[in-house]
Design a protein around this ligand. Structure first.
Ligand code: GLV
Ligand code: MN
Ligand code: MN
Length: 396
């Protein structure tokens, strides 16, 4: 199959995967859900069709292996994730898994022999929707989950997905850009220089529930009003710092009713920056402000860091190989940092990582309107196949 046919097939596959959801009328596929298991089955079928030997590991990661004939060969891991946010688009994650399958299929059809094993992976939890922590699948595979990570996860067996760190020569991931730069520069693909760090926290305001009609305004401890003040503070603190972004994405109001003063609110906080020192400073500032808000309003504050992922630079050597392959296809090499998190962050703990971005319309993601062009997928598959061939020369 040629690159354009492979790209068309990939787009059809993204449509098919986009219909596998745990929620009616919208795409939602969270860690270890029946929908994820169904998605793994379908992608496993496509992996087999490309000649890969398929299994699902203990962390629900889907793996398709092309075994090398070379003795003592290491493994190149290619892929991305198959979980999604709630009401997701079709390409964030699946694009990286399906480009890897397409590139493997292309090389197998050409009769190429690789001096390394190739494993295509569909990771089970990059978005962290189910437990508010990211990279469960890829961290399980990398063997970097701590007891604290496992404490709040029901599926304790995921620890068994651990692989030996010496077996991997690298990990590469294709992903939609999730930003507007490629579109502005009129380019289909870019290489990624680094991935921003992220801090995820859980913040609780506890007040006093009471009657909406009888408790005077000056004697209330309204947890939701405190949370609201804090959310606007998060927005203004981040807006005042160049490079920092901060988001409250989920709010849980206990016993919510129109005639009850909210007594308890739980919210999620996500803070990111390319520089870890900046995001950590922003988190410290927000903690101080949350304490002040709680004190003034007579609320109890509970501040719980859930996850701290450091910013990760991509490997200069692998990135250089990607750049060379892009140049050889007659394309300009654009280098971009990633504001979004990726499984490459987890893999960077055990092997060198590199990433390619593909243009997406309007830079839109985490939104059902996510859109990419078939014509942009073709160079991504081509460059990924060339990347494997270039590494094959290096490791021959
Ligand atoms: C994943 O998309 C993330 O960056 O949160
Ligand atoms: Mn993603
Ligand atoms: Mn995402």
């Amino acid at each position: 199959m040629g690159l354009l046919d492979l790209s068309r097939e990939l787009m059809r596959r993204c449509d098919a995967l986009g219909a596998i959801s745990e929620e009616r009328g919208q795409l939602t596929r969270t860690f270890a859900s029946p929908a994820m298991r169904r998605a793994n089955k379908l992608v496993g079928f496509w992996m087999r069709e490309a000649g890969l030997v398929v299994r699902e590991d203990a962390a629900f990661n889907l793996l398709g292996r092309w075994k090398s004939k070379k003795r003592g060969a290491k493994t190149l891991l290619l892929g991305s994730h198959l979980d999604t946010v709630r009401n997701a688009g079709k390409y964030d994650g699946p694009l990286g898994v399906l480009t890897a399958i397409a590139a493997a299929k292309l090389l197998r059809e050409q009769g190429v022999e690789l001096p390394f094993h190739l494993e295509v992976v569909g990771f089970s939890d990059e978005e962290g929707v189910r437990y508010h922590t990211t990279y469960l699948g890829s961290r399980a595979l990398a063997g970097t989950l701590s007891a604290a990570d496992l404490a709040h996860v029901a599926e304790k067996q995921i620890i068994k997905a651990r692989r030996r760190r010496r077996e991997f020569l690298g990990y590469a991931e294709v992903h939609i850009e999730q930003g507007p730069v490629l579109e502005a520069k009129n380019l289909p693909i870019a290489v990624v220089t680094a991935i921003a760090g992220q801090s995820r926290l859980q913040v609780e305001f506890q007040g006093t529930p009471g009657h909406a009609g009888t408790v005077p305004m000056n004697s209330r401890q309204d947890a939701l009003a405190g949370a609201a003040e804090f959310i606007l503070t998060v927005e203004s603190v981040a807006a005042g710092r160049s490079g920092t972004v901060a988001t409250v994405g989920k709010l849980t109001v206990a016993h919510g009713a129109s005639n009850v003063i909210p007594g308890h609110v739980l919210l999620t906080l996500d803070v990111r920056d390319q520089k870890d020192s900046h995001s950590l400073a922003a988190v410290r500032t927000l903690h101080a402000k949350a304490k002040a808000i709680a004190k003034r309003r007579g609320l109890k504050l509970t501040w719980t860091p859930v996850q701290q992922a450091a910013a990760v630079p991509c490997d200069p050597n692998l990135t250089q190989v990607f750049s060379k392959c892009i140049t050889q296809r007659g394309l300009e090499v654009l280098k971009l940092p990633s504001g979004a998190g990726h499984d490459a962050v987890a893999l960077s703990e055990i092997c060198p990582v590199a990433m390619l971005f593909v243009r997406c319309q309007g830079g839109v993601s985490h939104n059902p309107a996510e859109s990419i062009k078939t014509a942009d997928v073709a160079p991504a598959i081509g460059v990924l196949a060339d990347f494997m061939q270039a590494l094959a020369v290096r490791y021959a």
